[in-house]
Ligand binder design. Structure first.
Ligand SMILES: [Zn+2]
Length: 102
């Protein structure tokens, strides 16, 4: 007996195993899912067999582009030994999280 397929609702965040990223379900028709980056952007199509529930770590802050941007800038600054910039970015992250992820 095949396992029950995972059927997400429209608006739900899912994991696309083929693209290895999180998407928001926009539509489900013709046995394809139409997904969109949670932070907005170009939609793409995913096959139902690639759709999984979001892994819990990724689901907590699904694709917040600002978190990703700040984190990347922080790592770049600390790798470059720019401690002032790194600590400013730590503060920026704290401010952003208070506002965007209370
Ligand atoms: Zn964020």
């Amino acid at each position: 007996m095949p396992p029950t397929p995972y059927v997400p609702a429209v608006g739900e965040l899912v994991w696309d195993a083929a693209r290895k990223c999180v998407g928001e379900v926009m539509d489900h028709r013709w046995s394809r899912y139409q997904l969109r980056p949670p932070a907005g952007g170009t939609e793409w199509h995913a096959a139902p067999e690639d759709i999984r529930p979001v892994p819990s770590a990724a689901g907590r802050r699904p694709g917040c582009s600002e978190c990703v941007r700040i984190k990347a800038a922080y790592y770049a600054a600390s790798r470059a030994g720019n401690l002032g910039e790194a600590s400013a970015l730590t503060e920026a992250m704290g401010r952003h999280q208070r506002i965007a992820h209370p």
